[in-house]
Design a protein around this ligand. Structure first.
Ligand SMILES: *[C@@H]1O[C@H](CO)[C@@H](O)[C@H](O)[C@H]1NC(C)=O
Length: 383
């Protein structure tokens, strides 16, 4: 009885709550709490712990639109430097192809990664199928202007090889998938080891997480786990980048698991969550994948819906490729996931404290009002 961790669990679903952009940004300033909290574990009264995670999908060679999107999220200033503090930026891949700005875009991400780390923020990059295509020498979607920006075909391939700056950045900084805690783990009061006073079974509080990937993670891949998916992807990328004269296909000695990873059911190409029409079936699939990965949300790019995000299965499935690049001319968009843990009061047992966890998902589209697409809150007991 002492350590009932989750007492109330209520879902408030706000269908559509439009606020002006200015109001949104002002609210945002007040919500930039990660930095206000400090590290102090005591004095929980009036404490609030929060994190803002921003996701952007397929940028496809368009630096101007990438700048628009990141400025709209207030992660960068007008000189394109990081002002996101503790925020987390996730790119779901396909930075390259269809446009000319490959060099500038990868440079921008390399720089923002360093700048973000210096202020406690983070920049996470997923590999898209187009990153792997370029590593394999499948250049069907490369523009003339992009090749010219490198100084020619040879120079472009050199940059995208094991020794090149783009190849090395992919190997060091990119993964197939990222599983991101939606609250700063080090600030959340201890709870994971709750046993209950009499050693009884008590559900531990789990910090909400979201999974980010380019295409989609099927339940079968989810069961392998993110680390295994990333290991296989890294091996495929290394193999591709090491080819002297790549022919657009995985090299002949590529193991089956890497071929499958790059196949239509693999995380880089899978479109089931976007194209499968049977809602019940897709939500059952999403539920299995999300629970295997230990996440609340599956966030994906890859399949463009030019009018805006597609939200399925009550926010479990978030399809965020809106064709940002002028090659598509869709909405210039970013998904904002805000999570807050706010201290409410001491629990009745004199040991635990009551907190309120609130999650808000907002769609930002350039020139449009921010659109809250999902809100959930619940009370939790923490120690
Ligand atoms: C990539 O994923 C692996 C396994 O999940 C992890 O150990 C590694 O730190 C990740 N690297 C980056 C740059 O996120």
């Amino acid at each position: 009885m002492l350590a009932l961790v989750v007492v109330l669990y209520f879902w408030l679903r706000v269908a559509v709550k439009d606020t002006g952009v200015q109001a949104y940004l002002e609210a945002k300033a007040g919500l930039h709490i990660g930095s206000d909290v400090g590290g102090s574990p005591s004095g929980q009264q009036s404490k609030s712990i929060s994190r803002r995670v921003v996701a952007v999908a397929d940028l496809h060679g368009d630096l101007g639109h990438a700048h628009n999107v990141l400025q709209m999220t207030k992660l960068i200033d007008s000189d394109f430097h990081w002002i996101g503090g503790h925020d987390v930026l996730v790119s779901t891949g396909d930075i390259v192809d269809r446009g000319d700005d490959t060099i500038a875009l990868y440079r921008m991400f390399d720089r923002l990664r360093t700048e973000a780390a210096a202020t406690g923020g983070e920049v996470l990059n997923c590999l898209g199928n187009h990153e792997i295509m370029n590593s394999l020498g499948d250049w069907r979607y490369v523009t003339r202007g992009d090749v010219d920006s490198f100084g020619g075909v040879q120079q472009r391939r050199k940059a995208m090889s094991s020794d090149g700056w783009i190849g090395q950045s992919w190997l060091a900084n990119f993964n197939i998938t990222h599983t991101v805690p939606l609250l700063p783990l080090h600030l959340v009061p201890s709870s994971a080891n709750n046993r209950g006073a009499a050693g009884g079974r008590v559900a531990a509080y789990t910090v909400p997480r979201a999974s980010f990937v380019h295409g989609g993670i099927t339940p079968a891949y989810a069961r392998r786990g993110a680390a295994a998916i990333n290991r296989i992807g890294h091996s495929l990328l290394q193999r591709a980048l090491a080819e002297e004269i790549p022919n657009g296909q995985p090299p002949h000695d590529t193991p089956t698991e890497e071929l499958e990873l790059y196949g239509s059911e693999g995380p880089l190409w899978y479109r089931g969550y976007a194209n499968q029409e049977d809602e019940a079936q897709i939500c059952a699939e999403a539920e299995r994948a999300a629970s295997a990965l230990g996440v609340r949300h599956l966030v994906m790019g890859h399949t463009p819906h030019l009018e805006g995000f597609v939200v399925r299965c009550e926010g479990k499935v978030l399809l965020i490729d809106t064709g940002i690049s002028k090659a598509y001319g869709g909405e210039q968009s970013a998904l904002v996931l805000e999570t807050e843990l706010k201290y409410l009061s001491e629990g009745h047992d004199g040991v635990s404290n009551k907190w309120k966890e609130t999650q808000t998902l907002t769609a930002l589209y350039k020139g449009r009002r921010p659109k809250v697409i999902h809100t959930v809150s619940r009370e939790v007991y923490l120690y």
